[in-house]
Ligand binder design. Structure first.
Ligand code: OGA
Ligand code: MN
Length: 279
């Protein structure tokens, strides 16, 4: 028997997994335990891992099937299906920090990825935390009138909304052509494993709410974003070497922090897992 621990990192969001080496085979019982913990805690932090890109890919599949990134060219050299985030891309004189402002990954897809994960390869000496907010709890706490107003609303998620608070990094023409048609998703979705409702929000990609004037839609989204991003819903991850972090895009929104010395490099391997049509 493998012996390992799963300990909560906050009251409601995030748990730490200590004592497993994911370069070794994971037995079926451990796999089930990990997947249950993931559905319950929404963010899992596996400590003390050492991965090559190929080992990271193998480990990822403990939680599901891999999904390609829209920017196919944005991969680790020599590893076409292992992606990365870094702080070294400049577009029009402006540094791109991927994930800066709260969002949900690839929500423009008809079947958005259920999960995303990062493995720390290079970290700044201070800062560069990732913040997660629990959108199940945020939904639960809404006033009854707001729940009645938003249950049943559908939102159009495009690759890059004209209302996005930030630009995205460069994408090749070929990759851009392969981006799927916009996803039209419920504003309130139900998690297929834990059964809980959640707000499904992403200001970077949400362009309209079906049947609503844009002005009203933007005001509603703004109100929901302010509510959902309160500190009480947050787990803030301070990266350490060895961290492998996986988050459930059906349960949390997340954001990167550009609060560190940009002459230092921040570089993490990144993978996503296939999801389902949100309902
Ligand atoms: C992402 C993302 C946040 C970070 O990889 O999808 O938003 O802190 N990353 O790098
Ligand atoms: Mn992201």
């Amino acid at each position: 028997m493998t012996s390992f621990t799963i300990s909560p990192l906050t009251d409601r969001t995030g748990a730490e997994v200590v004592g497993l080496d994911f370069t070794e085979p994971i037995d079926p019982q451990t796999r089930t335990t990990l997947n249950r913990a993931f559905a319950e805690h929404h963010v899992l932090v596996m400590r003390d891992q050492h991965f090559t890109p190929e080992q990271f890919k193998q480990a990822a599949q403990v939680f599901g099937e891999l999904q390609q990134h829209d920017k196919k060219e944005h991969h680790v050299p020599g590893h076409p299906d292992v992606y990365y985030v870094s702080n070294d891309e400049i577009v029009n004189g402006r540094r791109i920090i991927p994930g800066e402002t709260f969002h949900t990954d690839h929500s423009n897809h008809p079947r958005p990825p259920k999960a995303t994960m990062l493995f720390a390869v290079e970290l700044p000496s201070a800062g560069g935390d990732t913040q997660y907010v629990n959108v199940h709890d945020a939904y639960d706490d809404l006033p009854v009138e707001t729940k009645q107003r938003i249950d049943g609303l559908k939102v159009v998620h495009v690759y890059l909304s004209k209302y996005s608070p930030r630009p995205l990094g460069a994408i090749s023409e070929e990759s851009r052509r392969d981006v799927p048609a916009p996803g039209i998703h419920p504003l309130v979705r139900t998690h297929p494993e834990n059964g809980r409702k959640a707000l499904f929000l992403n200001p970077v990609r949400m362009e309209s709410i079906v049947g609503m004037e844009d002005e009203e839609a933007l005001a509603l989204i703004d109100e929901l974003m302010r509510h959902a991003t309160q500190k009480k819903y947050e787990y803030r991850h301070k990266w350490r070497y060895g961290d492998w972090v996986i988050w459930d895009n059906r349960s949390v929104m997340h954001q990167a922090n550009p609060d560190y010395d940009m002459s230092e490099r921040r570089y993490l391997y990144r993978l996503m897992l296939r999801g389902e049509v949100p309902v």
